[in-house]
Ligand binder design. Structure first.
Ligand code: KG4
Ligand code: ZN
Length: 340
């Protein structure tokens, strides 16, 4: 089954073609980062308008790349939530209109299910069940995954998500938007000099809390006589050490608690080099495996939506298609069920 996937939940328009027999055939992405950078963050109305401009040209682009026509598409997947309401409506209405015109089934995909399943797009996909660490701009969750739609929440953030903590700390250090990747690049140049807390490192549960860490960075910044390049690098180093130590320890705790042998990491922060280094080291010590998506599929993309949608469309009984639609800007992943 050839499935077109459309992602438009935030500031990236992603489109991809996934074939349930042949795998990923093509994917294309347009990032709005340059457009939002001038405002220091995502401007929802501008995001929606840009998704309108990009979605169809990107669709044509992936069809050309895969040497396919619109008529070859057998199903359409789109991000239904969570995300920015206007941005979601653009992808959803384009997907539903195309599905109606082509008379093919469509499915609304949960953005986080897309992230969660992204490592399965790689050559040696992990088998179910596994523990998943989902660390994006909006979420920091540990999950037990037993199959498509079989997700049990093991731990969650009590306040800021890991990516959000990276972004807010980067802003405090004057690194602009989106700060996560910039902060991690500077951290690579830093050295041990400051001390920041490790919130909830030894709490008995699998929850996280990152907002205190951000406040500790603010206090540290205010106590510096000057915020020179070297000081910024050293603060970034210590901040990254704190976040990656907490994430690594909680992942190992989740593996121990569930007695599972596989860890899967996804979401934008999963691209962090230091996090990967620490997780690989800890996993090797425990004799467990770790899987990551390739770097470009850690952050938002259409391939993960095409894949998650294809898994659902493939498993679903064909029913009379209803092309009415709604989006779900807030949507709990634990509400999902296995496809029937
Ligand atoms: O998954 P994603 O693209 O979007 C959401 O669904 O939120 O994740 C974006 C988040 C941002 O907060 C960004 O700063 C963070 O992932 N991020 C990183 C890195 N690359 C992206 N954080 C730390 N280190 C990175 N290398
Ligand atoms: Zn995302």
């Amino acid at each position: 089954m050839l499935v077109l996937g459309i992602e438009s939940s935030c500031d990236e328009t992603g489109v991809a073609l996934y074939d349930t027999h042949r795998g990923l055939l093509a994917h294309a992405l347009h990032s709005q980062i340059d457009m939002h950078a001038a405002y220091g963050g995502v401007v929802p109305e501008l995001a929606s308008r840009d998704h309108i401009r990009r979605a169809l040209p990107l669709t044509r682009q992936v069809l050309t790349q895969a040497d396919k026509n619109l008529q070859d598409i057998e199903g359409i997947a789109y991000t239904q939530g969570p995300g920015l309401a206007g941005a979601l409506l653009v992808g959803t209405s384009i997907a539903q209109s195309l599905a109606f015109a082509l008379n093919v089934p469509s499915v609304g995909v949960h953005h986080l299910e897309g992230h969660l399943l992204a490592p399965l797009l790689e050559e040696h996909p992990p088998a179910f069940p596994f523990v998943a660490l989902l660390v994006s701009g909006g979420h920091s969750q540990l999950m037990r995954v037993d199959g498509i739609g079989q997700y049990e929440l093991l731990g969650d953030t009590l306040d800021d998500a890991a990516g959000e903590a990276f972004d807010k700390t980067a802003k405090l250090l004057g690194l602009g938007y989106p700060g996560g990747p910039a902060l991690s690049r500077l951290a690579e140049l830093g050295k041990p000099r400051f001390q920041l807390p490790r919130p909830m490192l030894n709490s008995p549960d699998l929850n996280f809390s990152f907002s205190g860490l951000k406040t500790a960075v603010l206090t540290l910044v205010n106590n510096q006589s000057s915020l020179d390049e070297e000081t910024i690098q050293d603060i970034a180093w210590e901040f990254q050490e704190s976040v990656t130590e907490i994430l690594t320890l909680k992942c190992m705790k989740a593996l121990k608690q569930t007695k599972l042998k596989r860890l899967v990491v996804s979401g934008g922060v999963g691209a962090n080099r230091r996090l990967r280094e620490r997780l690989n080291e800890a996993a090797a010590k425990r004799g467990v495996s770790v899987n990551y998506p390739r770097l470009e599929f850690c952050t938002d993309n259409g391939a993960m939506i095409a894949f998650a949608g294809a898994m659902r469309l493939h498993a679903m009984q064909p029913t009379l298609q209803n092309y009415s639609f709604s989006v779900r800007p807030r949507w709990d992943l634990a509400e999902l069920k296995a496809p029937v």
